[in-house]
Design a protein. Structure first.
Length: 444
């Protein structure tokens, strides 16, 4: 299913997260909340009536029946204008004694937590698959040397295995943060006092709907939304780091990795664009502003606010879509990534040995002291870059000009032998396991 508003959202359109957050899924979650409230009140016949307004869709995820009274989403969208939220017109379509004691925010907050819980499961599954693909890459290329780059320039050699292990570490961080977010039900009544309800009913409602029971109604205590926003933005940023690296490394002039199924161009038939990385990067750039909106909505006045709550809905849904889309594309990106060790080795030699200047400095310092070594190396490095000669040759010339005879082993200038503890760091990173998804609180 492609969401009706997904034409300009290729990063998430057509993904499982798009379906899980579409209007039919939100409507189903609102009906689930109303049904759970009726069951918690021991009105099971009423709950069955409400449940009959929804049907189970593909993969166990439901969507509202299009023939339900006022249940068709366009009608609800229009009718929501009058009361400011979609619950008010929905309640008018329910049996007369439904929604007893609850307020619109109770139902919509609970519904959005259900949507978040259902979408979170999809995101976590994709993050787990991405972590698995990255683990395989890190093991396979544990000791594959490549240029390390800082501030866009060659720095010292590293290994692709260490880069992949670092990516995996970020993905696991994203997984853990998202899995740890507390997603509670909402039930407080008109002013958050449970005036016509009760604390035991609140707990029964949470159990029935499959969410955590809150200590307090959180109409204006927006920790759950803020925590979720932070975790989703982190997820997009973590995956965005992978995308940023792939976009650089797959440049024509670098060519150290390529996407397994790159996209084409409308004007240049020779191109194979890194589409997955591009769309992940787009998600990462949008997420922080949306999270900021949700953090800003925490400053909500009174017992129920005007505007602050309303400002959350679409940014939250979009964040779920962006994180879901980024995670889906990350599975494709990492699972099909093609690594080119020969090109990495070739790029290591571009500077003629300057990439191991740090190592050469250490060897020279042991022979002639740090100050003299720095003077010779600075002169040699400038000459090597200016005259495009190998660093080894430039050092020999600089030493001769300084009336010094210094012999350095050729191996000192071999960048493939200067990756430090990269292999050990890869092993250390891969010792960190992925939590089993069954151990994560995943409300139904």
């Amino acid at each position: 299913m492609i969401a009706a508003d997904g034409l300009l959202g290729p990063a998430w359109s057509g993904t499982a997260a798009a379906e899980a957050t579409a209007d039919p899924a939100v409507l189903r979650a609102m009906l689930d909340a109303e049904s759970a409230l009726a069951r918690a009140q021991n009105r099971h016949a009423l709950a069955d009536q409400i449940t009959s307004l929804a049907q189970t869709g593909p993969g166990g995820e439901g969507q509202a029946r299009q023939d339900a009274p006022h249940g068709e989403e366009p009608g609800l969208r229009v009718a929501a204008h009058s009361g400011g939220n979609p619950v008010i017109p929905l309640v008018k379509a329910l049996p007369e004694d439904a929604h007893d004691g609850a307020t619109s925010q109770d139902i919509l907050d609970t519904a959005l937590m259900l949507v978040a819980a259902r979408t979170r499961r999809l995101i976590l599954l994709d993050l787990g698959a991405t972590a698995g693909a990255l683990e395989a890459l890190a093991r396979e290329f544990r000791d594959t040397p490549m240029p390390g780059r800082t501030l866009t320039q060659h720095a010292v050699p590293t290994t692709f295995g260490l880069k992949a292990a670092g990516w995996r570490s970020l993905v696991l961080d994203a997984y853990d943060r998202l899995a740890a977010v507390h997603l509670p039900a909402q039930l407080g009544g008109a002013g958050g006092t449970l005036a016509t309800l009760s604390v035991p009913l609140l707990e029964r409602f949470a159990r029935e709907v499959g969410l955590a029971a809150p200590t307090l109604p959180w109409h204006v205590l927006r920790t759950p939304v803020a925590d979720l926003a932070g975790a989703l933005a982190f997820c997009c940023g973590a995956l965005g780091k992978i995308a940023a690296d792939v976009l650089v490394l797959s440049r024509t002039e670098i060519g150290e990795v390529t996407e397994g199924d790159g996209g084409g161009s409308s004007a240049m038939p020779h191109k194979s664009n890194p589409v997955h990385a591009t769309l992940i990067a787009a998600c990462a750039r949008q997420a922080p502003a949306l999270a900021a909106t949700l953090y800003g909505a925490m400053a909500a006045e009174d017992e129920r606010p005007a505007g602050a709550w309303h400002a959350e809905w679409e940014p939250l849904r979009t964040l779920l879509r962006l994180a879901g889309g980024a995670a889906s594309h990350a599975v494709a990106l990492t699972g099909g990534l093609q690594v080119h060790p020969a090109r990495m080795r070739q790029n290591l030699s571009i500077t003629g040995g300057l990439i191991v200047a740090e190592r050469v400095m250490n060897e020279l310092s042991r022979k002639i002291g740090k100050k003299a070594a720095r003077d010779i190396l600075e002169t040699a490095s400038l000459d090597a870059a200016r005259l495009r000669m190998p660093l080894r040759q430039a050092i020999e010339i600089a030493c001769a000009n300084a009336d010094r005879v210094i012999r350095l082993d050729r191996a000192v200038f071999d960048p493939t032998g200067y990756s430090g503890a990269a292999g050990e760091l890869v092993d250390r990173a891969l010792d960190r396991p992925l939590k089993e998804i069954a151990d994560v609180e995943l409300p139904r």
